[in-house]
Design a protein around this ligand. Structure first.
Ligand SMILES: NC(=O)c1ccc[n+]([C@@H]2O[C@H](COP(=O)([O-])OP(=O)(O)OC[C@H]3O[C@@H](n4cnc5c(N)ncnc54)[C@H](OP(=O)(O)O)[C@@H]3O)[C@@H](O)[C@H]2O)c1
Length: 403
């Protein structure tokens, strides 16, 4: 591509621009100013950060989910930008279909990422997907949309799924025996069940290898995140749960592996830095240059692997079981977890109450086979409500109750 060739430039829309994935995506855009044009930015509540990014990137359009922060956002810019500002819960969804967008990075956290994912695919665009919740809530609907819109595609941003996609390249479905996702094990990998009962949000926020948003960091500590990733892999790679496995690998250099029927084990290794999977998702199938320094195995000396401990990490098991049960069970698990993690971070409930609240919501939910969007949103709202009640009662005798 010739320098400054506008036609060949990627029109990038970054949803969740004010978050960790958003920041790293903009790092990639900064490295390739001739090849990437940032045309849209979406944030949630952080108006100051969004205004800073808007002044810097001068996108055509901006979406801010919290309508009450719009005035503050514009005031902070003080005339330094004259694009279109959309606000409210549907703003990121509108932005995903903004004209001229060719790649949409969805780095929104939680169920709020689902509608923007659907809008991106309906617009026939490439979706660089970090928001795993889209597939957790609506894997089947997302896959149906992909089939209906030929030019739409999903490139995974989650490092494990990016690794697996790299290992799978060119392989037939029949040749795959197992897909293995790795997990760092988080900050509590070596703690006993007794020690786990006393961990604080500050302990849980100290992830040993990755620097991420608060929810995914807590979900990594409980390993709920790894259960969500199994569900994500089930839909991305169209494999049954029986073919999916997790290995704990504390060094976080191997991100995913594929075992073939012949007995070959193919692994992807790289320095743990999300800029690699983000760059691959944006540029595939082209290679634009180094995204991260390669990992130095000789300097590292050793790589360790162990089975995931489902007794000490019940949230992992609960997420996996919700995925296997299907229907709205993953939606219920995700919504309950969002509410429980926020409550744990506010210091309202103990660590153990996250698993208890999750189990309660999943046990009580009303199954719906092959849910449509209305079923999914109803299940999401129900789970948030029932979990709110669980939290308000959890100080009254539950073992994992209020601090
Ligand atoms: N961080 C990682 O390394 C990593 C790796 C793999 C996958 N992921 C996945 O990527 C997603 C984002 O993770 P993260 O770590 O980047 O989270 P984060 O740092 O907490 O950022 C979340 C982003 O979502 C925005 N947001 C929150 N609620 C929203 C809403 N209702 N509508 C629109 N935007 C909203 C936030 O905006 P404000 O801050 O302005 O409120 C922020 O920009 C998650 O699904 C996570 O599982 C992350």
């Amino acid at each position: 591509m010739a320098k400054g060739d506008e036609q060949a430039q990627i029109g990038l829309i970054v949803l969740g621009a004010t978050g960790t994935i958003g920041r790293l995506t903009l790092d990639i855009a900064r490295r390739y100013p001739d090849r990437i044009r940032v045309i849209g930015l979406a944030g949630g509540a952080d108006a100051d950060k969004l205004a800073e990014l808007t002044a810097q990137w001068q996108p055509e359009a901006v979406a801010i989910a919290r309508a009450d922060r719009r005035d503050g956002f514009l005031a902070k810019l003080d005339g330094a930008w004259n694009g279109v500002c959309m606000d409210g819960p549907g703003a990121a969804t509108q932005l995903a279909a903004w004209p001229g967008g060719t790649v949409v990075v969805n780095g929104i956290v939680g169920a709020a990422g689902l509608l923007p994912t659907l809008a991106t695919l309906k617009a026939g665009r490439r979706l660089a997907l970090a928001n795993k919740e889209s597939l957790v809530l609506a894997g089947e609907l997302v896959c149906n949309l992909l089939e209906q819109h030929q030019s739409a595609e999903i490139l995974p941003v989650d490092s494990e799924h990016s690794a697996i996609a790299q290992c799978l390249a060119g392989r037939t479905e029949a040749s795959i025996k197992r897909i293995i996702l790795t997990a760092s094990g988080g900050p509590f990998r070596t703690l006993t069940s007794d020690q786990l009962a006393h961990v604080t949000p500050q302990d849980a926020l100290k992830h040993p290898t990755w620097n991420m948003g608060r929810r995914i960091t807590i979900d990594s500590a409980t390993m709920f995140n790894k259960g969500l990733e199994l569900i994500e892999a089930r839909w991305l790679f169209n494999v049954p749960f029986a073919k999916l496995k997790v290995w704990v690998h504390p060094q976080s250099q191997v991100h995913g592996l594929v075992e073939t029927v012949e007995g070959s084990l193919i692994a992807q290794l790289s320095t743990p830095d999300m800029r690699l999977p983000i760059q691959l998702a944006i540029t595939h199938p082209e290679s634009w240059g180094e995204a991260v320094p390669p990992c130095d195995l000789a300097a590292l000396g050793r790589l360790d692997f162990e089975e995931a401990d489902e007794v000490r990490f019940p949230c992992f098991t609960l997420a996996r079981l919700a995925g296997e049960r299907g229907g709205v069970a993953p939606t219920v698990a995700n919504a309950a977890d969002e509410v429980l993690v926020a409550s744990f971070l506010r210091g309202e409930i103990a660590y153990g109450a996250i698993a208890e609240g999750l189990a309660a919501a999943i046990d009580q939910h009303c199954p719906v086979e092959r849910p449509d969007l209305d079923d999914i949103f109803a299940a999401d709202a129900w789970a948030r409500e029932v979990t709110g009640v669980f939290i308000s009662l959890s100080g009254t005798g539950s073992s994992g109750g209020k601090r």
